[in-house]
Design a protein around this ligand. Structure first.
Ligand code: CP3
Length: 364
């Protein structure tokens, strides 16, 4: 099912631990890099195109979502496109009242807190994903020749992990500590598990729609999992993230699992069914390899705070990240979280050029 066009891109080979689509050792070409939130407010062409359209409406207009996805690929020469959408899109498609408030984040009309709230959650029918499928198909067609020498650039699909999605649903809006869901898993485990299972199904089907429409890999974002201790993650969350990934496990696409503040649960995140683990900016990649084993491909973890530093400081940091990742079977460069909106896009382009200029033989 996975698009043959991008089967042997540098990015997918790294995600497979240095293997080609056929399972043979692949000679590394250039070092692959993309940025979480590469599409979005750091780009003037994005701000212009989005004028007058709400965030979630723009995700559901296939032509606009596709164009926004392509903007950073054209501008930065990154090695992957990340599908422009949002983790709450499956909620919107299920008919739940949700908006993205500018400068705030996802806000629900009514939070989901009681057994009755959870029991009343609507089922999503597959037809609801039609605008997503169309946007992915358009994007993959355009990406077919956007890479070096007219090669194809792979599209990465994504979804929110059940804990992160449920955190927004229980709180009804962004929160710092996620007290609501963290309490619910203890005070009413049955309702928690029903809610997390619903979220896993919604996210799993969202990723499946993107992969079936032509995306070549997928990433599960558990941005807020770092607020959980190991025991809570293991007892109340892991099985649901595994279920979300299980929806797409049979499709042959590499699966990346990313969270922030998750240094102490990386092994559990891998055991949920991930091929690749995304590392935030807090943990050195060599330490991540000690924790996960050298056979685990890594993604990350340039510190977004250094995007505003003087170039020599940023360059030295990027070279350190490359060296620290060289012990893993595969390494895709990325930021340790998303591109901050105020980032100068020219700095991102320069980081891509730098990474592409570091030959594999030069790695420390
Ligand atoms: O390049 C890309 O990564 C684009 C696709 C993408 C978006 N959101 C677009 C977006 C992805 C992968 C996401 C995932 C997402 N959405 C996550 C997980 C990743 C992470 O950052 O931790 C989370 C937690 C959300 C929920 C969400 N959506 C938040 C917290 C916000 C920011 C609100 C704000 O204004 O500060 C959004 C909105 C959002 N999603 C924007 C974009 C480009 C900004 C919308 C705008 O233009 O105003």
């Amino acid at each position: 099912l996975v698009s043959g066009l991008t089967a042997d891109s540098p990015l997918l080979n790294q995600y497979r631990g240095g293997l080609s689509a056929a399972g043979e050792p692949a000679r590394p070409q250039r070092r692959p890099v993309w940025f979480q939130r590469q599409a979005g407010r750091s780009l003037p062409e994005y701000r212009k195109l989005r004028e007058g359209t709400t965030m979630l409406d723009s995700c559901l207009k296939p032509e606009m979502a596709s164009e926004i996805t392509l903007q950073p690929v054209r501008r930065h020469d990154v090695d992957a496109a990340i599908f422009f959408s949002d983790i709450v899109i499956p909620l919107r498609l299920a008919g739940i009242d949700v908006e993205i408030e500018p400068g705030v984040g996802p806000v629900l009309g009514s939070p989901v807190r009681t057994p009755a709230d959870v029991a009343a959650l609507p089922q999503i029918d597959d037809e609801a994903f039609a605008p997503i499928v169309e946007a992915v198909q358009r994007t993959v067609a355009e990406l077919a020749t956007l890479g070096p020498e007219g090669s194809a650039v792979p599209l990465i699909g994504f979804a929110g992990a059940p804990f992160t999605l449920a955190a927004y649903m229980v709180e009804g809006r962004p929160s710092r500590d996620h007290m609501g869901p963290r309490a619910m898993m203890h005070t009413d485990p049955e309702t928690w598990h029903a809610l997390a299972a619903w979220a896993a199904e919604a996210s799993g089907r969202f990723m499946a729609a993107q992969l079936r429409a032509g995306a070549s890999a997928a990433q599960l974002f558990d941005s807020w999992a770092g607020s959980l201790g190991r025991e809570d993650y293991q007892r109340h969350v892991l099985e649901h993230s595994a279920a979300a990934l299980g929806h797409v496990a049979g499709l042959g696409a590499p699966l990346v699992h990313f969270g922030t503040g998750t240094s102490e649960i990386l092994d559990l995140m891998k055991s949920a069914g991930a091929d690749v683990v995304g590392i935030d900016y807090r943990l050195n990649l060599a330490e991540a390899t000690r924790r996960l084993g050298a056979e685990t491909p890594l993604q990350g973890n340039i510190n977004p705070a250094l995007l505003t530093a003087d170039w020599p400081v940023l360059e030295a940091h990027v070279r350190e990240v490359v060296a620290a990742g060289s012990g893993a079977a595969g390494h895709v460069l990325n930021l340790g979280h998303g591109v901050p909106p105020e980032t100068d896009p020219q700095v991102l382009t320069r980081v891509v050029e730098l990474i592409h200029s570091i030959a594999y033989d030069d790695a420390a």
